[in-house]
Design a protein around this ligand. Structure first.
Ligand code: NAP
Length: 313
């Protein structure tokens, strides 16, 4: 526990998976003297008050940022511009304003013009999540050993960047700095495209007339099941991600379609060598992810498996 918290007051706007996880971890680590939150709906605000994780739940964004030293927007990307405009007149000089949006170029474009010159704007993206959302979905360990990418615009005060870096490091994250543009291209291939593929394949299976839906569900362990987890992610968040990162996603999608055509051709021609070579290369990528501790090495993602009943002697 910190004797003197690095931030006197932390304000979180939005309390879902990410906001709720930040609040829980920041409290556990003693990173703020006071944690104030607000959320859009009265229902979420009431639930957060009931959970008793934060010091104060307030009704408006303006009230939340009052006197805060660190303000983090934990809301969908498409809502950040309007909220920045709303809070701007209520921000204390010297406050650090950040966010957690999965796209960064659009965040800078939408938020920066509204923020006063005497506040430090340091956009951030914790690359950590689950398919769950809402005030009960957060947990303090979410960011441990996961990356958090900061994309400070050119000329941002280095002290403010360092304070936010230390905040995320204290939540357990490994922190990296890059430009917003670079972030959006990297995330387009590592996160946005995989989500688009999962949304597509689950939708396609659902529409297949010749495979009954009960067969899709019964035989899902053949691979489909792993796509359904990703395709269960929050529709509002992902709608905003694709609208906000249009260019980079379309570019990666073009490359993906070319590669898919190559594999389609290999299947059509019965080119086993091409398929084998490709699958060997991708297997090595999976091993690399496990080796650097970004996923479990346990078979089947460590899912529990039922035991066979003992045969009577
Ligand atoms: P979430 O669990 O659905 O929570 C979203 C929060 O935003 C809720 O408090 C919600 O309020 C509020 N909200 C929704 N629409 C709003 C609007 N138009 N104006 C103001 N507030 C609004 O979402 P989340 O997963 O925490 O995602 C929040 C942000 O984190 C997104 O920008 C997302 O890109 C980013 N992110 C998500 C993940 C992930 O895996 N989920 C990972 C990294 C980053 P109510 O509860 O009152 O509706």
């Amino acid at each position: 526990m910190n004797a003197t918290p690095p931030f006197k007051r932390l304000a979180l706007i939005g309390f879902g998976l990410i906001g709720g996880s930040i609040a829980r971890a920041a409290r556990a680590q003693g990173l703020a003297g006071d944690i104030v939150i607000t959320a859009r709906s009265a229902q979420t605000r009431a639930r957060v008050a009931e959970l008793g994780i934060v010091d104060r739940v307030v009704e408006t964004n303006a009230a939340a940022v009052q006197d805060a030293d660190l303000v983090i927007l934990c809301i969908p990307v498409g809502a950040c511009g309007a909220v920045a405009q709303e809070i701007a007149p209520h921000l204390k000089p010297g406050v650090i304003v950040s966010d957690v949006g999965s796209v960064k170029g659009a965040i800078v474009r939408d938020m920066a013009p509204h923020l006063p010159k005497d506040v430090h704007f340091v956009p951030a993206h914790p690359v950590a999540g689950t398919e769950h959302s809402g005030p009960d979905s957060g947990f303090p360990e979410l960011f441990i050993n996961r990356w958090c990418i900061l994309t400070p615009p050119e000329g941002t005060d280095p002290d403010a960047v360092e304070r936010l870096r230390a905040f995320w490091a204290a939540l357990g994250a490994k922190v990296e700095l890059m430009t917003a543009d670079h972030h959006d291209r990297v995330l387009a291939i590592t996160s946005h495209l995989p989500h688009l593929i999962a949304y597509t394949i689950v939708g396609t299976a659902d529409e297949l007339a010749q495979v009954t839906s009960s067969e899709v569900i019964n035989f899902s362990a053949g691979g489909f099941r792993d796509f359904t987890r990703i395709a269960a992610s929050d529709p509002t968040m992902w709608r905003d991600v694709f609208l906000a990162n249009k260019e980079a996603v379309l570019e990666m999608l073009g490359t993906f379609n070319e590669d898919l055509s190559k594999l389609t051709r290999a299947i059509r021609r019965g080119d086993g060598e091409a398929l084998f070579e490709h699958f060997t290369r991708t297997r090595a990528i999976r091993r690399g992810i496990v080796d650097i501790g970004q996923d479990s090495a346990a078979p089947d993602f460590g899912r529990p498996h039922a035991q066979l009943a003992q045969r009577p002697d």
